[in-house]
Design a binder for this molecule. Structure first.
Ligand SMILES: [Zn+2]
Ligand SMILES: [Zn+2]
Length: 88
């Protein structure tokens, strides 16, 4: 099922290892931000991204490999905002 943190405003262009629906897609093969084959970006920890496939609901940690030149498109750092009432 869809993760509670899944937000269409936070997406990552990473191939899904389970359904691999990006295979054979011309847009994905050139590294563009495909309208069909994106994943929900749920969390980030260091260079690891926790993503969910909207096609098969598979969730997994993806090593983005920051610093080696293959950073996926469309990745924004995830910032944890303090909850209401936490401000001093
Ligand atoms: Zn999938
Ligand atoms: Zn695609």
């Amino acid at each position: 099922m869809r993760d509670a943190q899944a937000d269409v405003a936070r997406r990552a262009w990473i191939g899904c290892p389970r359904c691999a629906d990006q295979n054979g897609c011309a847009t994905c093969s050139v590294g563009s931000t495909c309208e069909s084959h994106w994943r929900f970006l749920l969390a980030a920890e260091g260079r690891k991204l926790f993503v969910q496939c909207p096609g098969c609901w598979h969730r997994w940690w993806h090593d983005s490999g920051f610093g080696v030149g293959d950073r996926p498109h469309g990745i924004d750092p995830v910032v944890d905002f303090p909850g209401a009432g936490a401000a001093a």
